[in-house]
Design a protein around this ligand. Structure first.
Ligand code: GDP
Ligand code: MG
Length: 394
């Protein structure tokens, strides 16, 4: 058994094979129907892979109408990707589409590389952004449910080589053992989720006692939410850390120009075509959005895909706030203005500026116009105990 395979077996046993652990040298494989321009989807896939912690060493596109049942991409493309991987010393293939368990298995066996599909990639990003224990558990549950039918049966390879033998019972294959371990973990998570709900009540009442209005940063992946979060909350992070770090690591206190304090929450990115089975995990990471009194929508105005991103963000927000309750006001932060160079860039930015109100053109990176953004935030944030209470979406 080669070293690569041995590593896969160990990771499989731990139920962690199909994850980005960080630092993988990855080749991205995007598949689009003939005639569709791939650059926007490829750019998004790069952003997602980097957000999850992978190092992108090359990208490749295949145009095809319907997937090959065995390997999704065609046989010739598999060989080409394998060559590419050898040339770049890559250890991982990340697909911009969802693979069936059989396709993932065949690809893995054929190439000897770690295979990640779009859903697994997105789940890894959710895991990174789970600021609360409850969100982390919900995401882990989704990861394990996704993994279970995808576990590899390496039993034969193992007994052939006398490889890694742990505490396997007589007659039990490693695959069965792994499945059993994962099912046990799923049961534990379901129990722990009940307790985590109680922690949510503790968080809520702590916030209420502080009486601080809550602001949520939302937006497409890579729009600059975390950069803005750090820029806005930096000066005053410590106090909030003590109060909240153990409860919600993605919430910080910020000072507004009018002298009020607010709680600022960073959130996971909104993503195009979220696979339906990931929606519960996604919603678990959005508690801060549902409880916000003001939502700041961060948009990368330098991206040629900015208007597509805007559309996705609006759809996702509509999905989160479906009830008849009053929705919190929105403020648009049109970010990365430092990257606007050409007249065409500016024309695109101005078009979006005209379309979304109220909005502020900013750069979270250089700090440009952040004073104005803070000003608009304090104007739009309702006074405490006015028309909103934190429990209105319960
Ligand atoms: P998130 O996925 O929305 O949290 O985005 P991040 O805050 O992680 O930022 C994504 C990338 O965009 C990072 O490489 C940031 O350094 C970069 N970035 C964020 N804001 C700006 C900005 O105003 N200007 C420029 N040039 N880059 C930015
Ligand atoms: Mg972020």
């Amino acid at each position: 058994m080669g070293r690569g395979l041995k590593r896969l077996v160990i990771e499989d046993y731990l139920g962690e094979r199909a994850r980005i652990r960080g630092g993988e040298r990855a080749i991205l494989v995007e598949v689009v129907p003939p005639g569709v321009e791939p650059s926007e989807r490829l750019a998004e896939l790069v952003a997602l892979a980097e957000t999850a912690g992978a190092q992108v060493v090359a990208t490749t596109v295949q145009r095809r109408d319907r997937p090959d049942p065995a390997t999704y991409i065609g046989k010739g493309k598999v060989l080409e990707v394998q060559e590419l991987a050898r040339g770049y010393g890559a250890d991982t293939l990340i697909f911009g589409v969802e693979l069936t368990p059989a396709q993932a298995r065949n690809l893995e066996e054929f190439t000897g590389l770690k295979i990640i599909d779009r859903s697994q990639l997105i789940l890894d990003i959710f895991a990174l952004h789970a600021g609360t224990k409850e969100a982390a558990l919900a995401v882990e549950l989704a990861q394990l449910q996704y993994l279970l039918p995808r576990l590899r049966g390496w039993g034969q390879a193992l007994s052939d080589t006398g490889g890694i033998v742990g505490t396997m019972g007589p007659g039990e294959t490693r695959l069965e053992q792994s499945r059993r371990a994962i099912r046990r973990r799923i049961q534990t998570i379901l129990r722990e989720l009940k307790e985590a709900e109680r922690a949510r009540d503790v968080r809520r009442s702590r916030r209420r006692r502080l009486g601080l209005p809550q602001i949520a940063l939302v937006g497409y992946t890579n729009s600059g939410k975390s950069t803005l979060f750090n820029a806005l909350a930096k000066a005053d992070a410590l106090v909030a850390d003590q109060l909240f770090a153990t409860l919600d690591t993605k919430v910080r206190r910020m000072l507004l120009p009018d002298g009020r304090f607010a709680l600022l929450a960073d959130t996971v990115g909104f993503i195009r075509d979220l696979p339906p089975q990931l929606i519960p995990a996604f919603h678990a990471t959005l508690e801060a959005v549902r409880e916000a009194l003001l939502i700041v929508v961060v948009l990368d105005v330098s991206s040629p895909a900015a208007s597509t991103h805007l559309k996705v963000v609006r759809e996702v927000l509509a999905g989160i706030f479906r009830g008849p309750e009053p929705r919190p006001p929105l403020l648009y932060a049109l970010n990365k203005m430092d990257l606007l160079k050409t007249p065409a860039d500016w024309a695109r930015a101005e078009e979006i500026l005209g379309e979304v109100q109220p909005s502020v053109l900013i750069s979270a990176k250089t700090g440009e116009n952040l004073g104005e953004l803070r000003q608009r935030i304090s104007e739009l944030l309702p006074q405490r105990n006015a028309s909103f209470t934190a429990s209105r979406y319960d």
